[in-house]
Design a protein around this ligand. Structure first.
Ligand SMILES: CC(C)(COP(=O)(O)OP(=O)(O)OC[C@H]1O[C@@H](n2cnc3c(N)ncnc32)[C@H](O)[C@@H]1OP(=O)(O)O)[C@@H](O)C(=O)NCCC(=O)NCCS
Length: 188
């Protein structure tokens, strides 16, 4: 029974590039997955403040209108309800060697019910293909130092720790690792 459910979830989730008009779905999934991920880790009132700002409909609308950004939704059959999302952008991270050839995995979130079933890998592969097509040399990201599960996922997928940053989450200062994935062989 469990196996059937897992197999169905795996085959019935599609990942599609977002278009203007998807900002409502993105804001909903962005807020809900952030709350789900950090409810027992971060201060509740700060999570709500962060979601109201960083996951507003206006925020996603502006990213959808910005050609430097690319966003995706993961949607499940039969009704195509959103169960995850992802955002890439030019990198804005405090690394000494940051360059225009660095892109950032700004968001990658899947609802817990659908995690551990290959969706995160499929989404990340989409992101890597997209930034490669932009000529990127590295895919960078910031991840909260206490988000051990995500750090494990990124490490498994080939990312390495490159530095630190401070991240303002609804007024609460959080420590993030900066991680990066090299996209070109050193011999190229
Ligand atoms: C991080 C996240 C996107 C990964 O998605 P997922 O669907 O759970 O990941 P997958 O099932 O595709 O896993 C891909 C691979 O990573 C491995 N993996 C996943 N989590 C891991 C962990 N904590 N440690 C080591 N390996 C891990 C899987 O075993 C799998 O390996 P394989 O493909 O070689 O067999 C998802 O768990 C999530 O949304 N987490 C909460 C939100 C979050 O923290 N986002 C990141 C914020 S910076």
């Amino acid at each position: 029974m469990v196996i059937t459910t897992v197999l169905m979830a795996k085959s019935d989730i599609r990942i599609r590039a977002c278009l203007p008009g998807d900002e409502g779905a993105l804001a909903l999934v962005g807020q809900a997955t952030f709350l789900e991920t950090f409810a027992d880790v971060l201060e509740g009132s700060n999570i709500l403040k962060h979601c109201a700002n960083a996951h507003s409909i206006e925020c996603y609308r502006s990213w959808l209108a910005d050609s430097r950004y690319k966003l995706w939704l993961a949607e499940i059959s039969p009704g195509q309800a959103p169960v995850g999302y992802m955002v890439i952008s030019p990198a804005e991270l405090p690394l000494a060697d940051i360059s225009l050839r660095d892109y950032e995995l700004k968001r990658i979130y899947v609802f817990s019910k659908f995690q551990g079933n290959g969706l995160g890998r499929r989404m990340l592969q989409e992101a890597i293909a997209a930034v490669r097509s932009f000529g990127a040399e590295r895919l960078l990201l910031g991840v909260y130092v206490r988000n051990h599960a995500a750090i494990g996922f990124y490490t498994h997928m080939g990312f390495r720790k490159l530095g630190y940053r401070k991240f303002n989450m609804g007024g609460q200062e959080c420590d993030d690792y900066i991680m990066g994935l090299m996209l070109r062989d050193s011999g190229e």
